[in-house]
Design a protein around this ligand. Structure first.
Ligand code: PGA
Length: 254
C-alpha cells in the first residue's frame, strides 16, 4: 500500500459538444456522489466544453481539466489557449504531450517541457504522457523511448517544482486499439518510470508521484491493472465517454 490517491481521468479527445458535456458531467456528478468511490475523478473535455462541464460539476467532487495548453501566457498565437485562461475557467489539471499531439501536431520533448513549466506557473497539475509505439517495442526500444521522453520533459526542473506532477504511461499501440498492455508489461513500464524519478529526484519524490496507465482501459481490465503496485490510476479515452464505463472503471479503484 502507499499514500498515492488513485486518479481516474477521462480524456474526451475531440468528443462532446458543450450540451453533451453538460449532460454527461451531470450524470457523472450525480452518480459518483451516490456511489462509494475512493478515487479522484477528473474529466478533460475539449476547450469549448470545459465551461459547461465545470458548471455541471458544481458542488460535486468531480474535477475538470484540459487536454493541452500553450506555453506562453498570452500573445499572438492564433488558435491557442493559455494556462491563465484555463486556471480562470476553473481547470485543475492539464494533459501534456499526449501521443496524438506528438504524432499529429508536432509536440516535441521541448514543447512538452515548456508546457509543464506553464502549467506549474499557473497552479495546474500537469499530466505528462509518455509511451512507445509498436515498432519501438518490437525493436526492443520501449524502455529507451520512455526514459528519453521523461528526461526530455523533466530535465531542468526541481523536485519541488514537480510536486504536482502526474505521469501517464500510454503505450501508443494500446490507445484506442482495444489492445491493453498486460498487467506485467504495464507494471514493468511504471516501475521503470518510478525508478527514473527516484534516480533523478529522490526516493521520496518518486514515491509521491502518481503514474497513470492509459490505453484501452475498461471496466473489464481496470481492476487488475489498478492492483499493480506502481499503477496509480488511469487515463481513459474511449471508455470515458459513457458514464457506465467510466464509473465502472472508477469502481475498480478500491
Ligand atoms: P483509449 O485512449 O482509452 O481510448 O485507448 C487513452 C488515451 O489516449 O488517453
Amino acid at each position: 500500500m502507499n499514500d498515492r490517491n488513485i486518479l481516474i481521468a477521462g480524456n474526451w479527445k475531440m468528443n462532446k459538444t458543450p450540451s453533451e458535456a453538460k449532460a454527461l458531467v451531470r450524470e457523472l456528478a450525480q452518480r459518483s456522489g451516490q456511489g462509494d468511490f475512493t478515487c479522484e475523478l477528473l474529466v478533460c473535455p475539449p476547450f469549448t466544453s470545459i465551461s459547461s462541464a465545470i458548471d455541471a460539476a458544481q458542488s460535486s467532487a468531480l474535477m475538470v481539466g484540459a487536454q493541452n495548453l500553450h506555453w506562453e501566457d498570452s500573445g499572438a498565437y492564433t488558435g491557442e489557449v493559455s494556462g491563465p485562461m484555463l486556471k480562470d475557467l476553473g481547470c485543475s489539471y492539464v494533459i501534456i504531450g499526449h501521443s496524438e499531439r506528438r504524432q499529429y501536431f508536432g509536440e516535441s520533448d521541448d514543447t512538452v517541457s515548456k508546457k509543464i513549466s506553464a502549467a506549474i506557473r499557473h497552479g495546474l497539475y500537469p499530466i505528462v504522457c509518455v509511451g512507445e509505439t509498436l515498432e519501438q517495442r518490437e525493436a526492443g526500444q520501449a524502455s529507451d523511448i520512455v526514459l528519453g521522453q521523461l528526461a526530455g520533459a523533466l530535465t531542468g526542473f526541481t523536485s519541488h517544482e514537480l510536486r504536482s506532477l502526474v505521469i501517464a504511461y500510454e503505450p501508443v499501440w494500446a490507445i484506442g486499439t482495444g489492445k491493453t498492455a498486460s498487467n506485467e508489461q504495464a507494471q514493468e513500464a511504471h516501475n521503470l518510470i518510478r525508478n527514473h524519478l527516484s534516480d533523478n529526484f529522490g526516493l521520496d519524490f518518486s514515491k509521491s508521484i502518481r503514474i497513470l496507465y492509459g490505453g484501452s482501459m475498461k471496466p473489464g481490465n481496470a481492476r487488475e491493472l489498478l492492483e499493480q503496485p506502481d499503477i496509480d490510476g488511469g487515463l481513459i479515452g474511449g471508455a470515458s465517454l459513457k458514464a457506465d464505463d467510466f464509473l465502472g472503471i472508477a469502481a475498480c479503484a478500491k
